[in-house]
Design a protein around this ligand. Structure first.
Ligand SMILES: Cc1ncc(COP(=O)(O)O)c(C=O)c1O
Length: 392
């Protein structure tokens, strides 16, 4: 896409205008590691800078501005996933939401939690804690490539009425497999099994519209990766049917109506807020969450669908290069419908390609002895070609 004129409608993934306006420092190196953290857009840095400036003087920082910033963050998150703002709770990371899901499930009758081997620990360890309450966590073995065996998980779900929850990543961090949330949602709803989704490796590069209607009970995502936001930001979506039914397992003073009017702070009998804000921790990093809003707004302006198209076009160069290449195997499904932004490649010997990338100043990750590429909207075809020249 480099060198192409931008169409008049605006910012184009991989386009020169997008790079110049929003990622002016991207050319300091070649950054292909959005699955670890994404690059901060210029508009996001500007939000943080403005808050830092105002914090240094105290001028213009008041509860109203706090409220506007947090509302903007919830609205952006809601728009991103096609859910109402009332269903969004801001959170510091993915783990917060996984723990919330485990608490919700743990408050019910003990049973089994199903998940796949190869899941990131943030999506496993909070569930494991439930063994203290009589639950059993069943880690379904992956296949010989490390790919999740969704079919085997479904069989377990169908065969065992004691399954209480399925915990799944929208996109697995190592293999890059994109889960079929629609199919999982239908299967879990049919059996009244809680479906919890760790979406951090999918949102921002893979479109998602209305997880609640798909049957997702809770979806959680940190925003530091594909959402191009500061560390310590994220959000949780909770299906409205749980709002009234579930007592928040932990409360913060921010989750009560009394927090809306500081004259009422000492009303200890104040009711919980009527929406998902009752699950938010206090006090939130308001400057970073408004920065998250700015980043998500950029992704929405460009269009997640177009971002996926761009990222897949970059993948295609690698996939073509890998065909019949001795010593290299593509681990992530080639089928675009089962892939988001991560592309994992197994090398017979990873040491030399990894060292060569480091020498060349190309940032990509090695996970489980494999090269994990994670290009995003700011990357160009030239950068992929540079990478291939180095590893080839
Ligand atoms: C699938 C997945 N879940 C969660 C995380 C991180 O969890 P948290 O946002 O709680 O730090 C990562 C990566 O860091 C991840 O790849």
């Amino acid at each position: 896409m480099t060198g192409e004129a931008d169409p008049p409608e605006g910012l184009v993934p991989g386009g020169a205008r997008l790079r110049a306006e929003e990622f002016p420092d991207a050319s300091d190196g070649i950054y292909l590691n959005a699955a670890s953290f994404g690059l901060l857009p210029a508009r996001t840095r500007a939000v943080i800078d403005r808050w830092s400036h105002d914090r240094a003087s105290g001028v213009g920082v008041d509860p109203e501005r706090f409220d506007q910033a947090l509302t903007r963050a919830r609205a952006a998150a809601g728009q991103l996933i096609g859910e109402p703002v009332e269903a969004i709770a801001l959170a510091p990371n993915t783990s917060y939401g996984v723990n919330l899901a485990a608490e919700i499930v743990g408050a019910g009758a003990p049973g089994r939690i199903l998940l796949s081997d190869g899941e990131f620990p943030a999506n496993v360890l909070p569930w494991k804690r439930l063994s203290e309450r009589g639950f059993e966590v069943e880690v379904v073995p992956a296949d010989s490539q490390g790919l999740p065996r969704f079919g085997a998980m479904e069989e377990r779900l169908a065969a065992d009425p004691s399954v209480r929850a399925v915990a799944i990543s929208m996109v697995q961090f190592g293999t890059g497999v994109l889960a079929d949330l629609e199919a999982w949602g239908a299967k879990c709803r049919e059996r009244e099994v809680f479906l919890a989704v760790d979406a951090i490796q999918g949102l921002g590069v893979s479109p998602l519209d209305g997880p609640g209607a798909l049957g997702v009970d809770l979806l959680t995502s940190g925003a530091q990766k594909w959402l191009l936001s500061p560390w310590g930001t994220g959000f949780v979506y909770l299906h409205p049917r749980h709002l009234e039914r579930i007592h928040p397992p932990f409360v913060s003073w921010f989750g009560f109506e009394s927090a809306l009017d500081f004259e009422k702070l000492l009303d200890y009998e104040s009711p919980l807020l009527p929406d998902a804000r009752r699950f938010e921790p206090a006090t939130l990093p308001v400057h970073d969450l408004e920065a998250m809003a700015a980043s998500i707004e950029l992704l929405l302006e460009v269009g997640v669908d177009r971002i996926r198209g761009h990222v897949h076009a970059l993948h295609d160069r690698v996939l073509e290069w890998a065909v019949d290449r001795p010593g290299v195997e593509v681990v992530t499904p080639r089928d675009a419908a089962r892939r988001a932004g991560i592309l994992s490649l197994a090398f017979d010997e990873i040491g030399e390609p990894a060292a060569a990338l480091e020498r060349a100043g190309i940032a990509a990750a090695v996970r489980g002895g494999r090269l994990r590429l994670a290009p995003h909207l700011y990357n160009t075809a030239d950068e992929i070609d540079a990478l291939l020249a180095v590893v080839g």
